[in-house]
Ligand binder design. Structure first.
Ligand code: LLP
Length: 444
């Protein structure tokens, strides 16, 4: 058992959450109400302790349960930002990127190319070139990727992995399911022999292994265990084709987190253990030497570490129907409820000692009826100026944030030991106009 602390993905709140003498919520030793006053709202507040703990738990569990070599990689699409990439890298993780922008962010955060993996189903020529020049491993998703890699890896050989669609079904939202056969990602297993044969005949492509990612926010362990079995079968075949460096098995990400009381995901430790044990026993069964085991978590690393603080503005009661309380953000800083029907939990940060005796619906400020962050949630009675704080907002919120209705995107602060540090500046109104051009003839 890992004893350092609780598994962050199983908690509703960051690990450092407490309530102070004023009855205010604190995270990382900082009063959330004070942070909201100082930095404005909406505000992403990142608890360094939770983030580091999650990263360390992946690394520790791999070391504990997998006797071969291993590497956890952060799927930075969950939140690509300098400070986050730097922290997870310090915790011993590599970084997975899917665009030139994410790659640049990881490199600028101090992550060496040798610890970066480049994914994506439509990489541009420039992106593949940038990745090769940076010494990054490129995960070939389709034949076009292999053509581009062959064209570009002339002066410098490219390190390549192959993504396969393992045909594994899992229970999650349709949009975030990727491992079934009708997916835009990865090679169909029927094509894999041709792919590996072509790679075996491409001396400038150093093919190092196989990758699969079956989906996200998954609570079951079995689909990942099954994926291990599907991938393992290909290692002897690849090696028989002459791919002598073929030794990395990347199981992808997908471990779910607890957004609400009723969510019950396995711990980071249990997830890693199930995969590690499945791989060890598959290798014993087939006589395969243990490959290097990689996994690629995104959500379970960053989600629980972050809370979003908002200020309550207007309220509206539809008699006999419901009461709406409106926050100063919404689908632009958290598009997950409107996109996936995602559910969250929340508190009133300045009223932590009051009973949750009112049921309200928290609406965003966008001109869209579906812009509702939390439906029918029990909270302390709300008034204008209250600080509503939503938990578990670290994954895919900031990274999918928009300027819809020309709202400025929030700032983010990193909190630890009672200190807050800005890690993302708030956009200003002027920033919104930075890329607009008003042609001379339209000026009045
Ligand atoms: N590896 C690959 C190749 C991926 O495509 C993903 C996520 C991950 C790893 C990380 O998966 P995670 O551990 O975060 O489940 N925007 C959606 C989630 C999209 C996931 C995309 N791929 C959401 O907000 O739920």
């Amino acid at each position: 058992m890992i004893t350092t602390s609780l598994s962050p993905n199983q908690q509703l709140q960051p690990l450092s959450t407490a309530v102070n003498a004023k009855g205010h919520l604190t995270v990382g030793g900082c009063d959330v109400v004070d942070l909201a006053a100082q930095y404005g709202t909406p505000l992403y507040i990142i608890d360094e302790k939770t983030l580091r703990t999650a990263g360390e738990q992946y690394v520790e569990a791999l070391t504990r349960y997998y006797p071969g070599s291993s590497q956890a990689i952060f799927a930075s699409k969950a939140w690509s930002m300098l400070a986050i990439c730097a922290i997870v890298h310090q915790s011993g993780l590599g970084i997975d990127v899917v665009s030139a922008g994410e790659l640049l962010t990881a490199l600028k955060a101090g992550v060496p190319g040798s610890s970066i993996y480049f994914h994506g189903n439509n990489k541009s020529r420039e992106e593949v070139d940038f990745a090769i020049r940076s010494g990054v491993t490129v995960v070939a998703d389709n034949w076009t990727d292999i053509d581009l890699l062959s064209e570009l890896a002339i002066d410098q050989p490219a390190r390549v992995m192959v993504r396969v669609t393992p045909g594994i079904e899992c229970h999650t939202h349709d949009y975030i399911r990727t491992g079934h056969l009708d997916s835009k990602f990865g090679f169909d297993p029927n094509q894999l022999l041709d792919v590996l044969t072509r790679l075996a005949n491409s001396p400038n492509l150093r093919t190092v292994g196989l990758h699969a990612h079956i989906g996200s926010q998954i609570f079951e362990l079995q689909p990942h265990v099954d994926t291990v079995d599907v991938l393992v079968e290909w290692f002897p075949k690849a090696q028989a084709l002459g791919l002598s460096e073929f030794n990395e098995l990347n199981i992808g990400g997908g471990l779910g987190i607890r957004y609400t009381e009723s969510d019950d995901p396995p711990s980071i430790e249990a997830w890693v253990r199930a995969i590690a044990e499945a791989l060890v026993s598959a290798c014993q069964r087939t006589g395969l030497p243990l490959p290097k085991l990689l996994c690629e978590p995104g959500r379970s690393l960053v989600a629980t570490a972050c809370v979003t603080a908002y200020t309550i503005g207007a309220t509206k009661t539809v008699p006999g129907v419901r009461t709406y309380a409106c926050v100063d953000g919404g689908m632009s800083d958290n598009p997950r409820p409107i996109t996936y029907g995602a559910k969250y939990s929340a508190v009133v940060a300045n009223k932590m000692q009051e009973t949750r005796r009112e049921t309200v619906t928290i609406a965003g400020k966008h001109c869209e009826s579906g812009d509702v962050l939390l439906r029918d949630i029990a909270l302390a009675p709300l008034e204008r100026g209250d600080c509503l704080t939503v938990f578990s907002t670290g994954a895919y919120n900031c990274s999918m944030a928009s300027n819809y209705n020309r709202l400025t995107r929030p700032a983010a602060v990193l909190v630890a030991d009672g200190e807050a540090t800005i890690v993302l500046k708030r956009e200003s109104l002027d920033d919104l106009l930075r890329f607009d051009c008003l042609p001379e003839r339209l000026k009045s």
